[in-house]
Design a protein around this ligand. Structure first.
Ligand code: COA
Length: 174
């Protein structure tokens, strides 16, 4: 029996996904992206209504990882990408908008399993290319994506209040 399971979310999971998303963003980026903007960013990005609308959107898939007790420990947010950024090739392209594993569950293969599920899901929907945006100053994430087969193809800004961060655009052919 695996120590975790992965399933696709429905709108009934909106509250769980909203609190998981806010918790893992804060855990990962709270130390470098402080208040007062942090609370504003969380409210804009992870209110239950915003998350419910995203889950219901055409072309969106949210995958939730739960441990054996049913606790939410990781998630991925995928969507079809009609206008990917320059440098990203492919005819039918999907974006990984968010990808987070709880700190207590990292280093046990959860991220790799979740990413493989993203690959399968995108391929089943006819995708030939996946892309994502990641902070250049998050080497743990950039290294993980490289190990999963992504490579840097460009860069893009990340807006956090008045601050403009420098992100990599990474892509992987499926
Ligand atoms: C980046 C991230 C998604 C990786 O997830 P993860 O679950 O830790 O990834 P994995 O466990 O699959 O792989 C990580 C490491 O654990 C190792 N590992 C995999 N399975 C393992 C197992 N069963 N036992 C021990 N180690 C294992 C992998 O080999 C890898 O090691 P390496 O870094 O030395 O190559 C995770 O660190 C994360 O969510 N970080 C914070 C959020 C974040 O930055 N998200 C990206 C935003 S753009």
């Amino acid at each position: 029996m695996p120590p975790f399971s992965i399933r696709r979310c429905t709108v009934n999971d909106a509250a769980t996904m909203a609190s998981l998303g806010a918790r893992l963003f804060t855990e990962t980026y709270g130390p470098t992206h402080p208040e007062p903007e942090l609370s504003r960013y969380l409210a804009r990005s992870f209110s239950v209504d915003v998350v419910r609308e995203a889950i219901a959107e055409e072309g969106v898939t949210m995958l939730l990882v739960e441990d054996l007790h049913g606790s939410a420990i990781a998630y991925a947010y995928l969507r079809s990408s009609a206008e990917p950024p320059s440098g990203v090739g492919g005819d039918r392209v999907f974006e990984i908008v968010r990808f987070y594993v709880d700190g207590a569950a990292q280093g046990r293969g959860v991220g790799a399993a979740l990413m493989n599920e993203c690959f399968n899901h995108a391929k089943n929907r006819g995708a030939d290319m996946l892309w994502l945006q990641v902070w250049k100053e998050a080497p743990w994430a950039v290294g993980f994506y490289e190990r999963m087969g992504f490579s840097v193809v460009g860069s893009a800004p990340f807006y956090f209040g008045d601050r403009i961060g420098d992100d990599h655009i990474m892509s992987k052919s499926l």
